[in-house]
Ligand binder design. Sequence first.
Ligand SMILES: Nc1ncnc2c1ncn2[C@@H]1O[C@H](COP(=O)(O)OP(=O)(O)OP(=O)(O)O)[C@@H](O)[C@H]1O
Length: 442
Amino acid sequence: MIDETAEAVKTALGRFALERPAARRLLLGVSGGADSLALLLAAAALPLEVCVATVDHGLRQESAAEARFVAGICRDLGLSHRTLAWHSGDAVRGNLMGEAREARYRLLGAEAIRVGADAILVAQHADDQIETHRLARERGASGPALAGMRAWRDLEPGLVLVRPFLDLPKRALMDAVMRAGLSPVEDPTNVDLHYRRARIRAELAGAPQEVAELRSAIARAAGLRAAEDAAITAAIRRAGGEGRLRVDDAGAVVFEPAPGDEALWPRILTAAGGAPHPPQRAAVERLRDALASGGRAATLGGSRVERAGERLTIRREYGRTGPPGVEVAASGRLLFDRRFTISGAGETGAARLEPLGRLGLGGPVSRTLPVGIDRDGGVCAVHPRLGKRFPDVPTLRPRPCVAWRITADLPGGTGDRLTADPQNAANPAKAVGKDLAATYLR
Ligand SMILES: Nc1ncnc2c1ncn2[C@@H]1O[C@H](COP(=O)(O)OP(=O)(O)OP(=O)(O)O)[C@@H](O)[C@H]1O
């Protein structure tokens, strides 16, 4: 018998291998529930380098024991496992479930970077997809917005989130776990009818006809979304080619919209603002209306849009404290400002900044821009292996409006550090300018 779950993982990773030929290592997010145990079993059976992580949200008494349960299974399978603790005391916005989910992806992302994984795999399945679709409908979404979760999504440069089971029903995952003789963890919130998702699940349990209809609706919406994605990418390239969309020296997006460019707005706002998801369509429309009726400035999704005539300048909106300061260990890599990864100097003798590339000019990002600092305090591109400057890339000089704080070890093992401080306009290392900024849009 063909194991559907292993086949699904293989298929998902086929695309992965195609798009990331150098990809080697995976990180699985495993809670101990049936879905993610099925993922664990399927991935363990494939000839892959697999690491596993469980986030202990500390929200239920059993959570630590559940993490130990997963760790035990990983030990038996010969896979490395790590428990990542989240402290809900850090949650501030009052939506504990949402906060927990966001923290989970953040912790898994950091762990993926730590272990050098190129993809994080999670186990949402077809039934989850139907619930997501129903919830979106209830919120009034329409068209492509009803397509549900993506099977494949860029989290940051060189790291993708893959959901191999979106076409498989929960039943198939449960069967795989039962065949392996495992007893999955039961999360009581899954059947707690206080939660809308649990109520939807209960409603649909006895309605196969409705489930079939919902599946078709999701497939139709997914078709619309794929067409929309392709159209947006083409429109971005066109606008870039016509000089109506570019990045200025300070890293802001400069955009002169033309009729038919409406669909570009969410992508531009996400690229400039660094938010994890594009803003709602209705909010984007309100923003466009406000600017069209004479408004000079507006904010949305972490971006600030300023209008001068027909020209819009869209940049990241920072609070009064400016962008966060970060420190990268010599061999470390971290996500900075939601748009860049910074790698420490390591053996290459250069700190590297990698752009996040949400706008999609030129396709998904995998370029790196190694940066160094010259004797006069200019930031320059450095050959990653030779540790020498690229002669044809101009050195960037300090510019008061550029505001990245970056601390990284400098080449040579001397313990010297490169520091760029957003609070200090006189600091020469602030000069991370046009070339770097331009690449984050690709
Ligand atoms: N505590 C955890 N530790 C590690 N991975 C987890 C944990 N909880 C969930 N996951 C991963 O995320 C997947 C989705 O879990 P679940 O459906 O509970 O999430 P959710 O809160 O609905 O989030 P989403 O919006 O991403 O679906 C799981 O199948 C599993 O792969």
